[in-house]
Write a protein that binds this ligand. Structure first.
Ligand SMILES: NC(=O)c1ccc[n+]([C@@H]2O[C@H](COP(=O)([O-])OP(=O)(O)OC[C@H]3O[C@@H](n4cnc5c(N)ncnc54)[C@H](O)[C@@H]3O)[C@@H](O)[C@H]2O)c1
Length: 263
């Protein structure tokens, strides 16, 4: 494998027989890549969700076309709304006859200096990124505990949960919260056989990010990486698959960095 020009890694059956629910999977980023990977790794069925209805429908079709797998279902949902969260998880439980793996991918970022930050902007980022992960985790755990046959939750954190960056205090605080939530909830969930871990990407470049982030900032962030590049979205998805699979059976409450540097 050339680390500067990595070759897409084909499926190895890591999720054979498992069902997957993933949030924020209709973008151009990690969520969609993770959904595709889970299918390629042999999952028995998948529910993808997103707040954007049009893109959700397109993503379902795209996943079916690109993988030839037809057990792909979609449910619109905003992780910041408790009713949506419960409807989504109930839908997935029904469609998949039980969710084995939940991937909490949804997260929202903006760029704003703290002294210019309105409460509304701070609260929105926290509500989607941290509270959304908490809501999904809380309701999923209730169901997994009642079912009594374990399960796995994979959260999406960020290197900014560890590292400082200007104009990111809201997002960084939310992601540090996701890390703390992962560690604490994992202790409780271990009692009923559920594992919870998180991946912490530093930079995964995709078309939507290229549109929204200033080119100089992306270049600076790429320059911090030992490889001189951001991760491919599927390289982050590979770590999610590992965390979702039985290969990580002795791993819970951990945050795994997806980075060619350390925070
Ligand atoms: N891309 C990176 O460099 C990077 C780095 C570190 C962490 N992350 C984290 O990875 C995750 C995915 O980010 P990405 O950049 O790959 O984009 P992505 O394409 O995977 O996710 C964006 C999607 O989230 C959806 N979404 C937004 N708000 C939502 C809500 N309230 N409920 C449900 N869906 C919602 C959007 O409609 C969009 O489709 C996020 O949690 C992000 O914070 C990304």
């Amino acid at each position: 494998m050339d680390i500067h020009n990595p070759t897409y890694v084909p499926g190895h059956g890591l999720l054979k027989g498992k069902s997957v629910l993933i949030t924020a999977a209709a973008g151009a980023g990690i969520g969609f890549a993770a959904a595709k990977k889970c299918i390629e790794e042999g999952c028995r069925g998948i529910v993808i969700s997103d707040i954007h209805a049009g893109r959700l429908e397109q993503s379902i079709q795209k996943l079916k076309e690109e993988t030839g797998f037809d057990k792909v279902y979609g449910q619109i949902g905003n992780v910041a709304v408790e009713d949506d969260v419960q409807t989504l998880i109930n839908f997935a439980e029904d469609k998949l006859q039980g969710v084995d793996v939940l991937i909490n991918n949804a997260g929202l970022g903006t760029t704003k200096a703290l002294i210019d930050m309105e409460d509304s902007e701070w609260n929105k980022v926290i509500d989607v990124t941290l509270n959304g992960t908490m809501r999904m985790t809380r309701y999923m755990l209730k169901i997994m505990k009642a079912r009594g046959n374990g399960g796995v939750i994979v959260n999406n954190a960020s290197v900014l949960g560890w590292r400082a960056q200007k104009e990111q205090s809201h997002y960084a605080a939310a992601k540090a919260g996701v890390m703390a939530l992962t560690r604490c909830a994992a202790l409780e969930a271990a009692e009923f056989g559920v594992r919870i871990n998180a991946v912490s990407p530093s930079l995964a470049v995709h078309p939507m990010l290229k549109k929204s982030a200033p080119a100089e900032l992306l270049a600076e962030l790429e320059g911090r990486e030992a490889y001189g590049r951001g991760a491919e979205v599927w390289e982050v998805a590979n770590i999610m698959v590992f965390l979702a699979s039985d290969y990580s059976s002795y791993l819970t409450g951990e945050i795994i960095s997806c980075s060619s540097q350390r925070a």
